[in-house]
Design a protein around this ligand. Structure first.
Ligand code: ZN
Ligand code: ZN
Ligand code: ZN
Length: 979
């Protein structure tokens, strides 16, 4: 044996080598990469690369510029980033202009509280000063949110986002209001709206939240004043009462009527010398509840029989009119949905617990208002801004309505008109801001009519101003109402998930007119003037656009810094009385009007965007919110929805399905995750969960996500590590010359690439993750990589079979980087950087991998069969290992006996089998009859090769390399000869 040239065998092994570290250190590496992108001006490089490509527009719903971001805000922006980046990589030009919602109550409240701490009141400041402080607060908040969003790896026009408080945007908001006026859809009138008695302002549907609330439930009897014989002869001369049920006793002083369903059957039953009327179906239930004993029904009749008869109020000297309405319900589900308003929510529960006779206070409920109008009742609302009864309310004047409830119940008990009362738990609307229960209250407000404008409601406002003048430009017969167009558009739009269409349609069907005025300061003022002489209101599109041009130059503050005459065209004269003195409307527009305007203000005003957008993506709370207000604005502007697809995401919840709250200690704070594990982990969590449902987040979930991340990273690292020294130009092997298993891996890659494309197209990011995760862990890690390791490590570096595997590894690494690009924005870029042939500066300038339509089914099926046999062999090897018959699998020989097609398959792949099973030898035998495959494991023949650790009977044959096997001898000769 020769020992003259001691060869270090270890050095002849091709060990993986790459700068792509095993440990990610994302918390440290992400900021470095962000800085690099910043220097590159990556976002604008992507814009330039996309020039001329078809556009794909995701329009950003503006988050509220008030607080720091939480996991839900992060998730929302990350999902949008997935869409923008995946569409970019599909070959679209997909610019992303983020926005911020800057006006409104939450900021006002925040600033008021800050002032209070300094011992100041809002009223100590001028409106301009107060607005300046609000503006500064919004600016600070949006700066900090921008920093956080950028840190999450979200690319966009961060230096130039849209702000609803910018001069241009405020002007566009005013112009949009002019457009609504022009369409004849704006009116001012007294209608019941949600009203927060703490914040003393009207609230939009989207500004209330439903929470459990305990209300007093009362059954009250109203004496019939009309002749009972008109209902049924059996009632002649009796003392008859109509029984109502309500959970808002405080609205009883405003009761002006009782509604029954015209087609339901009602019954009169005796209780002593009194007779009670309720719906037939509810006689037993009401009687039992009120402890009236076995009811004796003496008459039955349809509800229509009661129409226009009169009761007396339960205690006031006033009539209560009996009316018929289709809105009255009996039984049915009491699933108070969030879209329902107070009266509807109440009616639903009325059905379950009620009497079929609905207490009606037109000043305190939507249905009440509608039926009250129909019967000519007054829209009576004896409750002031602070929720106190006005002086005209006998016995209870000055009391706050919720405090008055108990007193009213006691009062009715003493008067003997109360049949029963109890505490009643139900879902009740609360103010989104201060979390207090809201009331429904009629006040003079500006409305956008969902149906045609009802001139009846256009009356005089609280100061006696005549509001009918400006309505002259109302279209008499609008071709289609806002509601009808909105519903038609809803049917056309694609909703993901599909239930969105029902949710939106139902919301639109039931929603009352849109109350757009707010009694607040921080927003865009409603640009309407009142004649100082005759009080005529001027809501004129020409005038509003004139004001908007001033807003454009000076911001909406101009409403406060100028007198009315300076905001009107010169010499503007009142049509009614010829006067030229004006006062300004004090109310501002609903913030949902602001944000709803965004499609027009942003998409139509930025050259890189276009109207309409392809897609909107927001949480389920936006059906009543931004999806809705955007739809209204789109229709006013262009008779069309501003979006073609609307995607809805769920809520972020903790592991037990509870909402996350800092105070509850169950909140996952993005900032903390970023500092500990990196933004990538939050992004991967977003991709790994099905966001169409609520998304659970806990330390444990995030731990699992990190495990997933490690697996994906290790997969990429294996590919990169084995590409050391591979020059694609020089070394690539043509597909037809590849080893069959390499062709199989490419076919699998093609299959998964198609899956990933489809999942990105359908916005199903969890399916992108699932496909890639299973590709990485099963197809690659457990199969392909495991099997080709021997070839990669022990063959001569330039051996064609090794180059064949490397050619595939390059394609896998390249494709993984591209497919992960929209999700793992940092890691994919890092993979990209370490590939030998990357062309673009960043993965975010590259496209998704292309796919081939070539049919590989036969190959895939054949290899699936081989893997099935392999699984059995691996199991047998494991048993042998446990029984200590072998150590590593290379110490084993596998003897396979098979027959028929299985034998044929194994024979065809005979030379690959030892690599497939990672053993030193495989023997094939014919089992004869059709009996599947039998597996025997024995020790391998020969001795262990010092270089590759396989066993061979031929170790020692070579004099030059006496300790290695025949394969290694060949490899070493190749190495020495070739390098
Ligand atoms: Zn409130
Ligand atoms: Zn006038
Ligand atoms: Zn060897």
């Amino acid at each position: 044996m020769s020992t003259e040239t001691p060869l270090d065998l270890k050095k002849t092994i091709n060990l993986p080598k790459t700068a792509f570290a095993q440990k990610a250190n994302l918390a440290q590496s992400e900021p470095v990469r962000l800085e690099k992108w910043n220097k590159l001006d990556l976002y604008h490089l992507i814009r330039r690369a996309g020039e001329g490509r078809p556009k794909f527009i995701l329009h950003d719903g503006p988050p509220y510029a008030n607080a720091d971001i939480h996991l839900g805000t992060a998730m929302n922006k990350i999902l949008k980033d997935f869409i923008v980046k995946s569409r970019t990589m599909m070959g679209y030009d997909s610019p992303y202009v983020p926005g911020y919602d800057c006006h409104g109550l939450p900021i006002e409240t925040h600033v008021e509280k800050a002032l209070e701490k300094k011992g100041k009141k809002k009223t100590d400041l001028s409106a301009e000063t107060f607005r300046r402080i609000c503006r500064e607060h919004a600016e600070n908040a949006l700066k900090s949110q921008t920093r956080d969003f950028k840190r999450l790896g979200i690319l966009g026009e961060w230096d130039n986002p849209y702000l609803t408080m910018s001069n241009h945007y405020e002007a566009e908001t005013a112009r949009m209001f002019a457009r609504f006026v022009e369409r004849g859809w704006v009116y001012k009138g007294a209608r019941p709206v949600y009203w927060c008695i703490r914040d003393q302002t009207a609230l939009a549907e989207a500004e209330v939240e439903y929470h459990q609330h305990a209300s007093p439930s009362v059954y009250v009897k109203f004496p019939l004043q009309s002749d009972p014989a008109l209902i049924d002869p059996a009632l002649a001369g009796r003392k008859v009462f109509v029984v109502i049920w309500t959970t808002t006793p405080w609205t009883l002083p405003a009761n002006l009527g009782i509604a029954v369903h015209p087609d339901f059957e009602y019954a009169a039953f005796e209780n002593g010398d009194e007779v009670f009327i309720v719906a037939s179906e509810l006689v037993e239930a009401v009687s039992a509840k009120c402890g009236l004993g076995e009811p004796k029904v003496i008459a039955r009749f349809p509800g229509s029989r009661l129409d226009r008869l009169e009761c007396r109020h339960a205690w006031l000297d006033r009539r209560s009119l009996l009316m018929v309405g289709e809105h009255v319900t009996l039984g049915g589900e009491s699933d108070a949905e969030t879209e329902l308003d107070v009266s509807e929510a109440q009616k639903k529960t009325d059905g379950k617990a009620g009497t079929g006779c609905v207490h009606t206070a037109p000043g305190h409920g939507h249905d009440d208002f509608v039926i009250g109008k129909r019967y000519g009742l007054e829209i009576y609302c004896p409750v002031d801004n602070a929720g106190r009864f006005t002086p005209e309310v006998e016995h209870f004047a000055g009391q706050r309505v919720f405090d008055a409830n108990d007193g009213i119940v006691e009062f009715m008990r003493e008067r003997g008109v109360l049949l029963f009362s109890e505490k009643y738990d139900h879902r009740y609307p609360h103010c989104w801001r201060c979390k207090n229960p809201v009331i429904f209250r009629a006040t003079p407000q500006w409305f956008i009519a969902m149906d045609q404008v009802n001139r009846d409601v256009v009356e005089k406002d609280e100061d006696g101003r005549d509001l009918t003048n400006f309505t002259d430009n109302l279209s008499e017969t609008p071709a289609r109402s806002l509601r009808a167009t909105a519903i038609a558009e809803t049917e056309r739009v694609k909703w993901i998930p599909a239930w969105g269409v029902d949710r939106m349609r139902n919301m639109l069907k039931g929603r009352p007119d849109w109350c757009v005025s707010r009694q607040r300061v921080w927003g865009v003022n409603i640009p309407v003037f009142y004649c100082a002489q005759c009080n005529d209101a001027v809501a004129d599109p020409v005038v509003i656009n004139y004001v908007a041009d001033i807003f454009e130059k000076e911001s909406g503050d101009a409403w406060y810094t100028h007198d009315a005459k300076d905001l009107l065209p010169e010499g503007f004269t009142c049509k009614g009385c010829g006067a030229q003195e004006w006062t300004k409307e004090r109310d501002i527009l609903d913030v949902w009007f602001d944000s709803g305007t965004s499609s027009v203000a942003v998409l139509e005003n930025r050259p890189e965007l276009r109207w309409p957008a392809d897609v909107y993506l927001e949480g389920g709370d936006q059906f009543r919110g931004w999806f809705n207000s955007s739809l209204m604005v789109g229709i006013a502007a262009h008779d069309r929805a501003p979006y073609d697809t609307v995607v809805t995401h769920g809520w972020t919840l903790d592991a037990q399905g509870r909402a996350m709250h800092k105070s509850a200690g169950n909140a996952i704070e993005p900032d903390k995750v970023i500092k500990q594990s990196g933004a990538e982990i939050i992004r991967l969590w977003c991709a790994s969960s099905n966001y169409f449902d609520d998304m659970r987040g806990s330390d444990e979930t995030f731990q699992r996500v990190m495990d997933g991340y490690r697996k994906l990273r290790n997969t990429a690292r294996f590919a990169l590590g084995n590409l050391d020294g591979f020059d694609p130009e020089r070394d690539s092997v043509a597909v037809e010359e590849m080893e069959e298993i390499d062709r199989w891996a490419l076919a699998e890659l093609n299959r998964v690439t198609k899956e990933v494309w489809a999942a990105y197209e359908a916005y199903e990011f969890h399916n992108v993750y699932r496909a890639l995760y299973s590709f990485a862990t099963v197809t690659l890690s457990a199969r392909y990589f495991d099997i080709i390791k021997d070839r990669l490590y022990t063959f001569a570096p330039r051996n064609k079979a090794r180059r064949s595997a490397q050619t595939v590894l390059l394609q896998i690494g390249d494709a993984l980087a591209r497919m992960l690009g929209p999700i793992l924005v940092f890691t994919a870029d890092e993979i990209w950087e370490n590939l030998p042939d990357r062309k673009e500066e960043s993965i975010h300038l590259a496209l998704l991998p292309t796919t081939s339509d070539e049919n590989h089914d036969a190959l895939l099926v054949e290899w699936e069969r081989l893997y099935a046999i392999r699984d059995e062999v691996l199991r047998a090897l494991e048993e042998a290992r446990v029984a200590k018959r072998i150590g590593s699998s290379l110490e084993a020989k596998v003897i396979l006996n098979a027959s028929g097609s299985a034998l044929e398959l194994l024979q065809k792949h005979q030379k690959d089998l030892r690599y497939l099973f990672i053993v030193s030898q495989v023997e094939l035998g014919n089992l004869g009859a059709d009996a599947g495959v039998s597996i025997t494991i024995t020790g391998a023949d020969g001795t262990k090769c010092e270089r590759c650790w396989n066993y061979s009977t031929r170790v020692g044959e070579s004099e030059t390399y006496p300790t290695v096997c025949e394969r290694c001898v060949a490899a070493l000769k190749e190495i020495e000869g070739g390098e």
